[in-house]
Design a protein. Structure first.
Length: 136
């Protein structure tokens, strides 16, 4: 694997993107959605026999958890990792919140026209990433 070792935030930093951790995390996540980036990652994984892909990890954990010759503690840990990878332990919460898209657009337009627009945009982005209602 490359120098970022699978870390999208670090990969964004190494690629020359600038910003704080939150900004680089967002950029890294966006880059992972790009077809060319995912194809390049898959190609690297195929070249490196020491890198397991998702399917190989799941198969390994499944074999470990079902093997009666393996210690129970190891089998339990393998089944836990398999369950976590499958999202079995995710707590879901219903959030009752409505953000009006038109209101957000108006606030962004207002922010773009104001002095110090770049800083205001960063603040609005941070509020949105934290799930907060953007301030005017």
């Amino acid at each position: 694997m490359g120098e970022a070792a699978g870390n999208a935030t670090q990969a964004a930093r190494l690629a020359g993107y600038k910003g704080n951790e939150n900004t680089l995390r967002v950029i890294g996540g966006q880059n992972l959605l790009k077809l060319a980036v995912t194809k390049a990652i898959e190609k690297l994984q195929q070249k490196d026999p020491l890198v397991m892909n998702r399917k190989e990890r799941r198969e390994f954990w499944t074999k470990m958890s079902l093997d009666p010759d393996v210690e129970n503690a190891v089998r339990l840990r393998a089944s836990e990792l398999l369950a976590k990878a499958s999202g079995d332990f995710i707590e879901r919460h219903i959030v009752d919140s409505v953000v009006q898209v038109d209101d957000v657009r108006k606030k962004l337009r207002k922010a773009l026209e104001a002095p110090g627009a770049a800083e205001k945009i960063r603040q609005l982005e941070a509020q949105l990433l934290q799930g907060q209602e953007p301030e005017a």
